[in-house]
Design a protein around this ligand. Structure first.
Ligand SMILES: Cc1cc2nc3c(=O)[nH]c(=O)nc-3n(C[C@H](O)[C@H](O)[C@H](O)COP(=O)(O)OP(=O)(O)OC[C@H]3O[C@@H](n4cnc5c(N)ncnc54)[C@H](O)[C@@H]3O)c2cc1C
Length: 445
């Protein structure tokens, strides 16, 4: 047997991979864990994420101090976010208003502050909480092999890595998933998305300050613009592929899914699938057709900040069908988008944090064993599949594509999310990583 360099190798340094590395250092004293990330460094990109009660409870189970740090940085949605239609007519409140109401309830019931935070800020916080050297950048995983005792990982231009266990957190086109399950790429959700993140500007017609939201509705198309702390603004538009075609913009989902499974990043946030002038031009063409009320905003956005990508999912029913087989094999398991890519209706990252809290507690209780990986998958699959089914229904309803798709009532769903209680870890490495959280420095990148 080769010398094992690591107890656990994690492929993918997105929120799931980084949180997992952190949770494992909390759960085990002196565990050797490393994260292999294909990017050369993190760049300021990504959408605003709604950190929901289940995601924050999961962070609390991993480390209450880290959870407090996140709560200090989330911003509360401000009242008054309105939707406008093509003609600029008021269409009522954005869904963000519901987030505001729930946030108040969660604060009253659980003393936890939920709200918006940037994907990039999440990455910063988790990265700074990890011991130096945990994340190995510029490591694009290419393949692995496993035997009864170990896993060998291959990275082009780097020596092989031998580890006891492998956790795949490599995003929604996960190459590791294909080696483990060979179940093909995720399904195109018939939706194309354009996004941009940039500094706040007065001419955007949005009040200054975090938590402001404006919504834009078209036929099978919608857009949201929101502001986050530090005067950062994000807009995100999602349009049904059929409507894009009508506007003369085709999205080749099969080609994108093939090429993204083969090469480069499979991250939904740090994507280079379509970026810059070309994406901006396509976006303008679609906006003129479907969401003209957004034209001046898109026109006024620096093209280099605009990103285009398709939405890909694994339907909740398909996740549920894995109850017996699990979603890993031998010494390998999956977490986050690699395991259950969903529509961006607000649960992808929150369920990724759930995965991490549950996986770390299973490993802590059962030890670093294959059995612990399987018991983690068994516990996760029913809950994740229920959430994925619900989020899919919400997504379709928000485009006016389905009314009947509602699976649970909103109040049942809120109850389902909030009553869930992850088991807190018994931290072995008594707060060793916490001073880094407090300073939250990010100079090393
Ligand atoms: C517009 C938008 C809004 C969203 N809003 C929300 C929200 O409000 N709430 C919510 O909960 N979720 C939201 N989501 C979903 C959320 O972003 C994802 O679920 C979350 O980022 C998943 O985290 P992850 O770490 O599993 O994957 P990712 O964030 O995709 O990270 C995967 C990482 O793996 C790396 N990687 C990929 N391939 C390799 C390889 N071969 N070798 C090495 N590294 C590799 C990537 O570079 C990346 O860093 C939203 C998504 C979008 C697009």
């Amino acid at each position: 047997m080769p010398d094992l360099q690591l107890d656990v190798a994690i492929v993918g340094g997105g929120p799931a991979g980084l949180a997992c590395a952190y949770a494992l250092t909390r759960a085990f004293k002196d565990i050797k864990v490393q994260v292999f990330e294909r990017a050369k460094s993190y760049r300021e990109c990504g959408a605003g994420i709604s950190l929901d009660i289940n995601g924050l409870k999961s962070l609390q189970a991993i480390d209450p101090i880290l959870c407090e740090d996140f709560q200090r940085s989330v911003c509360t949605i401000q009242a008054g976010g309105r939707m406008t239609d093509k003609q600029g007519n008021d269409q009522g409140r954005t869904q963000a208003q519901g987030m505001r109401t729930n946030a108040q309830r969660y604060m009253d019931d659980y003393g936890i502050k939920t709200g918006l935070i940037g994907w990039y800020e999440i990455i910063q916080k988790l990265y700074s909480a990890l011991p130096d050297g945990t994340v190995q950048f510029d490591h694009a995983f290419s393949s692995f092999s496993q035997d009864a005792d170990s896993v060998c990982l291959q990275f082009p231009n780097h020596p092989d890595v031998h580890t006891r266990f492998l956790i795949a957190a490599d995003g929604y086109f996960s190459p590791i998933r294909q080696e483990v399950l060979a179940d093909g790429p995720p399904q195109f959700a018939e939706t194309v998305m354009w996004r941009a993140r940039f500094p706040w500007r007065e001419d955007l017609g949005m009040p200054q300050g975090p938590g402001q939201v404006r919504g834009f509705r078209g036929e099978q198309a919608m857009g949201l613009m929101y502001s986050m702390p530090d005067d950062v603004v994000v807009w995100a538009l999602s349009v049904q592929a059929e409507r894009c075609s009508e506007a003369g913009v085709e999205y080749d989902a099969a080609e994108q899914s093939k090429s993204r499974s083969r090469r480069e990043s499979s991250s939904v946030q740090n994507t280079s699938e379509g970026q810059g002038r070309h994406a901006a031009e396509r976006c303008m063409q679609v906006v003129r057709h479907c969401l003209p009320q957004l034209e001046s905003i898109v026109q006024g956005t620096d093209a280099s900040a605009i990103v285009e990508h398709g939405l890909f999912i694994r339907p909740g029913e398909a996740v549920a069908a894995q109850q017996e087989s699990g979603w890993g094999k031998g010494r390998v398991t999956l977490i986050g988008d690699a395991a259950h890519p969903m529509r961006p209706t607000g649960q992808g990252l929150n369920t990724s944090f759930e995965d991490v809290a549950v996986l770390a507690s299973h490993l802590q209780d059962g030890g670093l064993t294959e059995q612990s990986l399987r018991s983690f998958e068994k516990e996760r699959i029913p809950r994740v599949s229920a959430i994925a089914i619900q989020e899919q229904a919400r997504g379709l309803t928000s485009y006016g594509l389905s009314e009947a798709a509602k699976v649970m009532s909103d109040s049942e769903y809120e109850q389902f999310k909030s009553t869930w209680q992850p088991r807190p870890l018994r931290p072995q490495q008594a707060l060793a990583a916490v001073p880094a959280v407090a300073s939250a420095g990010f100079q090393d990148l």
